[in-house]
Design a protein around this ligand. Structure first.
Ligand SMILES: Cc1cc2nc3c(=O)[nH]c(=O)nc-3n(C[C@H](O)[C@H](O)[C@H](O)COP(=O)(O)OP(=O)(O)OC[C@H]3O[C@@H](n4cnc5c(N)ncnc54)[C@H](O)[C@@H]3O)c2cc1C
Ligand SMILES: *[C@@H]1O[C@H](CO)[C@@H](O)[C@H](O)[C@H]1NC(C)=O
Ligand SMILES: *[C@@H]1O[C@H](CO)[C@@H](O)[C@H](O)[C@H]1NC(C)=O
Ligand SMILES: *[C@@H]1O[C@H](CO)[C@@H](O)[C@H](O)[C@H]1NC(C)=O
Ligand SMILES: *[C@@H]1O[C@H](CO)[C@@H](O)[C@H](O)[C@H]1NC(C)=O
Length: 486
């Protein structure tokens, strides 16, 4: 085996100095595993500082949980869609510095009822605002978020709208609607899986800034210096379709880190930055790391929770919905809900929204267990049910045409993500350092960091976001190169 390789190499590779497999294994300063937001940020910073960087990406594209896809007259996002806040936000700053137009999306919501009528707008908006404000006033001891909001809301209704107490059916359906909206942001099954004691911190500024027709993919063009035909980064090599299967990390300071890919190639470097999702780490860390991860790191991975947010995106021949809103929410009436006896997953399609990058598209949202189920259903079933829902809720005064085409996300089925992003569940307050423990590097016997960890989940206050992922890439690049900047 080794012998025929040498012979072939001698015959065909005369004059070629680098061969990407042993024995003449090419060596890098840093190998980055995964070219999502975190990995691409770290690779960009290190390469701009002149480091020789190799980015290994299992999928056939960079971007990871950001995936901009051409659709209709523009683009849609199967993954991240908005910048949640602008101050301070490296992602927003990069867009502005490069003169990319990013636009705030109107945050108003229109809520439709299951009998085709419009919900009482003032009341629903007032109650929604109250619930969102309560999230920022957590109780002294952690509780399930849903229970806490429900209790606070009931007190508020008793005080402000006592007559509403006679309509328990409406109150229940409003609570179910709030539960779904919050699940939609947290990627959860129920708001009672979420702890009130989350360490997530909201950035200042507009919470729904869109890359519109440019698409979130522009972030990667900027980071890789290919935006507007930029020349790229000379010391960065990216290999797509290259799944990392093993990372061998040394105790001996004189040895390199060896990274093996599924196709049999081996690469070596002084250090490696691992950015794969917690979903992937849960499934594969014991196969990937040699020697195995220390117990503290393995525990952190098992304590963190990966949620699922899903999108069903429909393209129509023309816009038939009324005005540009952020969300067109669906609120059931108790008697209509009782009548839904099969395909009950459709009760958890939250809302529709018009993506800014594509005029004639509507996105419908799913989360948690139902989101995972929907990924396994055939296209025709999902499309039929989505259309049934749109016509039931939004079709009272308009004939809704059949969609021209449909795109769906599959972040749970995808073996390279296994979910959308992490959230803090009811057990999180008992494991308060899980994210820091995941972020801690593995060092050799001289104390030098050799395996570093970045990614959304490693950010204590900004997990679940692109700015969190980018921040984690900056953090780990700085660990290797203290004076570096993006
Ligand atoms: C549907 C959805 C909507 C979202 N909406 C928003 C939003 O509006 N705003 C926001 O801020 N955030 C949003 N997010 C979250 C945001 O997308 C993520 O937090 C962020 O993109 C994560 O980046 P990352 O670099 O940590 O991980 P990833 O993007 O997952 O990058 C890791 C990379 O590693 C690769 N990989 C995995 N295994 C291997 C392997 N064995 N070998 C080599 N490579 C491997 C993966 O293919 C991937 O490219 C959303 C996410 C989803 C899924
Ligand atoms: C952005 O626009 C300003 C003003 O027009 C210009 O000075 C600057 O060079 C532009 N920057 C980039 C990166 O194109
Ligand atoms: C439909 O039109 C009627 C009459 O204009 C209006 O009262 C009602 O609110 C509309 N319903 C929806 C769902 O837009
Ligand atoms: C929280 O998530 C972790 C990791 O997925 C899981 O082990 C734990 O059981 C969850 N806790 C609760 C209360 O659901
Ligand atoms: C429930 O479904 C049945 C059968 O489809 C129908 O006859 C009935 O009118 C429905 N009830 C409501 C309240 O929609």
């Amino acid at each position: 085996m080794a012998l025929w390789r040498c012979i072939l190499a001698a015959v065909f590779l005369v004059g070629v100095t680098t061969v990407n497999s042993s024995p003449t294994m090419s060596s890098y300063d840093t190998i980055v595993v995964g070219m999502g937001a975190a990995g691409t940020t770290a690779a960009s910073i290190l390469a701009k500082a002149g480091k020789r960087v190799l980015g290994l990406e299992a999928q056939n594209r960079v971007g990871g949980r950001i995936n901009t896809v051409p659709f209709g007259d523009g683009v849609v996002e199967l993954g991240a869609e908005w910048m949640h806040g602008t101050k301070p936000n490296t992602v927003y700053d990069l867009a502005v510095q490069n003169n990319v137009t990013v636009l705030p999306q109107d945050i108003s919501m229109e809520v439709y009822m299951s009998d085709g009528s419009l919900a009482n707008k003032e009341l629903v908006n007032e109650l929604t605002e109250f619930c969102l404000q309560v999230v920022d006033e957590p109780p002294p001891t952690p509780q399930p978020l849903g229970q806490y909001i429900t209790k606070r809301l009931m007190d508020y209704i008793k005080d402000k709208h006592p007559t509403l107490l006679k309509d328990q059916g409406f109150i229940n359906e409003f609570l179910a609607f709030m539960d779904l909206m919050i699940d939609n942001y947290e990627a959860t099954d129920t708001w009672n899986d979420i702890t009130t004691e989350s360490k997530y911190r909201v950035l200042d500024g507009h919470q729904h800034m869109s890359w519109n027709k440019n698409g979130y993919k522009t972030l990667f063009e900027i980071l890789l210096n290919t935006y507007k035909n930029g020349p790229g980064l000379p010391t960065l090599t990216i290999k797509l379709n290259t799944e990392v299967s093993q990372i061998v990390w040394p105790q001996d300071p004189s040895q390199k880190v060896i990274v093996k890919s599924k196709d049999g190639a081996e690469y070596s470097a002084d250090n490696v930055i691992v950015t794969v999702s917690v979903g992937v780490l849960k499934e594969r860390h014991s196969a990937i790391f040699s020697p195995p991860l220390p117990q503290k790191k393995a525990d952190a991975i098992s304590h963190l929770t990966m949620g699922l947010l899903g999108k069903i995106i429909l393209l129509f021949p023309a816009q038939w919905w009324p005005k540009e809103k952020l969300f067109y929410g669906f609120m059931w009436k108790p008697e209509d809900r009782a009548n839904v006896t099969d395909e009950t997953w459709s009760l958890r399609l939250t809302a529709a929204s018009n993506p800014m990058g594509c005029k004639h598209a509507l996105t419908m949202w799913t989360s948690g267990e139902v989101g995972r189920l929907v990924e396994t259903l055939p296209d025709d079933v999902v499309k039929r049910k989505a259309m049934e829902l749109l016509r039931r809720f939004m079709g009272a005064n308009v004939t809704i045409p059949e969609p021209i085409s449909m795109l769906r996300s599959s972040w749970y089925t995808n073996p390279y993500t296994r979910g959308s992003y992490t959230y803090d569940n009811l057990s999180s307050p008992s494991h308060p350092t899980a994210r820091e423990d995941l972020a801690a590097p593995l060092s050799d016997s001289s104390g030098r960091p050799r395996v570093l960890f970045a990614g959304e989940a490693t950010e204590t206050n900004h997990f679940s976001t692109v700015h969190g992922a980018v921040g984690s890439g900056e953090r780990e690049a700085a660990r290797l190169l203290p004076s570096s900047k993006i």
